[in-house]
Design a protein around this ligand. Sequence first.
Ligand SMILES: OC[C@H]1O[C@H](O[C@H]2O[C@H](CO)[C@@H](O)[C@H](O)[C@H]2O)[C@H](O)[C@@H](O)[C@@H]1O
Length: 594
Amino acid sequence: MHPHIEDYALIGDLQSAALVSSNGSIDWLCLPRFDSPACFAALLGSQDNGHWRLAPQSPKARAHRSYRGESLILDTIWETPTGRVKVTDFMPQRDVQPDVVRIVEGLQGRVEMHGVLRLRFDYGRVVPWVRAAEGSRVAIAGPDSVWLRTPEQGRTYGKDLSTRSDFTVAEGERTAFVLTWHPSHEPRPDQIEPFQALDDTLEDWQAWSARCRYDGPYRDAVVRSLITLKALTYAPTGGIVAAPTTSLPEELGGVRNWDYRYCWLRDASLTLNSLLSAGYLDEAAAWRDWLLRAVAGAPDDLQIMYGLAGERRLPEYEVPWLTGYCDSAPVRIGNGAVDQRQLDVYGEVLDSFHLARAAGLPAEPHAWSIQRSLMDYLESNWRDPDEGLWEIRGPRRHFVHSKVMAWVAADRAVRAMEANPKLGGGIDRWRAMRDEVHREVCERGYDDERGTFTQSYETRDLDAATLLIPRVGFLPGDDPRVRGTIEAVRQDLTHEGLVRRYTTEGGSVDGLPGGEGTFLVCSFWLADALRMSGRRDEAARLFERLLSLRNDVGLLAEEYDPAAGRQLGNCPQAFSHIGLVGTAFGLLDGAEAD
Ligand SMILES: OC[C@H]1O[C@H](O[C@H]2O[C@H](CO)[C@@H](O)[C@H](O)[C@H]2O)[C@H](O)[C@@H](O)[C@@H]1O
């Protein structure tokens, strides 16, 4: 039986991340990068696919956990019949090689502890050779090797293809495990000092969090979301992943299982907007530079997603030896959406540049050249059908959201040139395009009878993405067409007050079998649309309900099943935390009542 998705907490080092369950087991870890093969993949299979549990021996032990202050350091406090013990899990921001540190500290009495480490390289498939060397254990298979440093007290031994540790911790004692990955052909890397690493890591995160500019009633939730978003950035390149996991299902037992360990232009631009709104300019500069490298080349070669360093090939394949989270198969690596046409990404990228300029990010001449060439491409292509932001796997359509985002792209380009005419570009053409897109969307993407925007020109069905229309400035929030869309979405797309992306019943637009949960970011968009249409109190109530869906350490997956009361989909998902930050900032504006 797998732990619930909401039973997992995140630790990470800005290059990869691990999921730690509330029973003390690290069940997911890819090394050395977010998108490397996992060496712990129990999350998507069984313990035989790799995990590392460290917890009291007593079956009566009960855990309570929290992050230490405004950091990504996880403290789990275990109460047992013989005493209390704290396990602190973190990944220090790395110098050379990645480390996972687990510090065990006796708080009261004496507690017998037990550790089980099963390393399985290549997504839970390859059992390494393990031997004792230089006072540690080293596990090697193919290109990977992992060193494990264990406490001096107690006993470490091999059993059933795992490395076990038995030891006792008394009040006031502190001891550490350090797991270090490195390429197997290289000599053992320098060893870190775990207690010093703890102090340094705490200081790094707290210094970063202290720079957050949000000053309102939801600060704890906002900072936790920002830390989570920061943890999804890949520091060496500035790329930002959509989530650190693959194939956590959108429906338990279903097939809607995707790999999110890549940089989507859409998700990353929106992540950046959240960081910018809270005053984080350095990340904006790093992302801009990543983007300039990734999209360099002919504009019609632009992809909607890339690897962490801008890699273009992310072929999708299935991993048959993993049975999937709660038997939700297949487990997929890579993402076939890489070859899709999604015309909204131009709008998201240009909007992100627009916000970066407004936030005072120093100009970079290449950045405008890229924006011009993106606009030139979009001018000739915005009339085409596409797969849209939901990355449907059915036939292309004229999605209203894609067209609205084409309007956003033109609008932001025009505004950039109005502010700085020296930039150079086709301002008159872009103005004309902006007007034409607006007219067409209001004619062909609006259902007069029902008084709502639709999902695409081809249908009367609805799409939660149309809730973004006031947020991006396409129409004001009090426009009757926006108000009508809010009501229609509420009628057709909500489940117990939470919003689905679109309907999946009866020959779904997305071309996929099965259904899915409510999509969390869409519920945040509903809160935003309500606020912008003058219904602030309803927006705040919905926001607070959404906050209550976070797990015990403030994390949100992609989706939520209100009937089962469970989170679904990849976790933690940038989209959901982007939604949280955006709505919290929005609620600071205009505190007018309904
Ligand atoms: O719904 C089917 C599609 O689901 C995934 O896409 C979703 O995740 C992306 C990353 O967060 C996001 O940008 C997109 O808006 C979401 O719909 C998956 O990546 C696709 O391959 C799949 O077709």
